[in-house]
Design a protein. Structure first.
Length: 203
């Protein structure tokens, strides 16, 4: 576990962290004896409440978004559209209000668990495998992440990120974000070029 990402990785500028998150390994281990669920991050979106009307923190601190105002290195999980959870990684310094939405992941281990949580079965087709984690709500459903994970410290041992080789700039696609109605012009979605686990390719 020596290559676990440390606090100073998360406490940087949200756009820098967003690009550097690509290729990193998201790990969730429910208990000491349970299987490690692991997936490679392939798509993210950055949100900065200081200038970004689509960010939850643009309106200021509330009970719902207060974890986004902590310093980087925490998980921000929220409920949306009355039926889905989405997971974000808090970034930057305390009171800055920035975070990164996890939009797409490539399964590494725990595929049977993801399949059961997503499709209520353990044997899946290749197409279903691609669809396991290619969207923010799908990620939370597959990992079974809900409100109780809001505020999880990513420097601890239950949920954390492992370092990996930095993705070269020419392998990163930068484009506008998906499913928002404000600050739509900001090109703050980043994904690994030609990765089949990305939720939606840029036109």
């Amino acid at each position: 576990m020596n290559n676990k990402l440390k606090k100073d990785f998360y406490t940087r500028n949200v756009l820098a962290v967003a690009k550097d998150l690509l290729g990193k390994i998201f790990v969730y281990q429910e208990s000491e004896n349970s299987e490690k669920l692991m997936a490679r991050i392939v798509e993210v979106e950055a949100y900065d409440g200081n200038i970004d009307e689509a960010a939850h923190t643009f309106i200021g601190k509330t009970e719902r978004n207060k974890i986004m105002f902590e310093e980087g290195g925490f998980l921000y999980v929220y409920f949306t559209y009355g039926k889905h959870f989405c997971a974000n990684i808090v970034t930057g310094v305390k009171d800055h209000g920035t975070a990164i939405l996890l939009r797409g992941m490539e399964p590494i281990s725990g595929i049977n668990k993801y399949a059961f949580n997503r499709f209520a079965k353990r044997e899946i087709t290749e197409k279903e495998k691609i669809n396991l984690l290619n969207g923010p709500a799908k990620i939370c459903q597959a990992f079974n992440l809900d409100r109780k994970f809001n505020g999880t410290n990513l420097i601890a041992n239950k949920i954390y990120l492992l370092n990996s080789d930095k993705i070269p700039g020419d392998k990163i696609v930068q484009t506008t974000r998906i499913g928002i109605k404000k600050s739509v012009e900001l090109p703050w979605r980043f994904y690994i070029k030609d990765n089949k686990y990305v939720s939606k390719l840029a036109k």
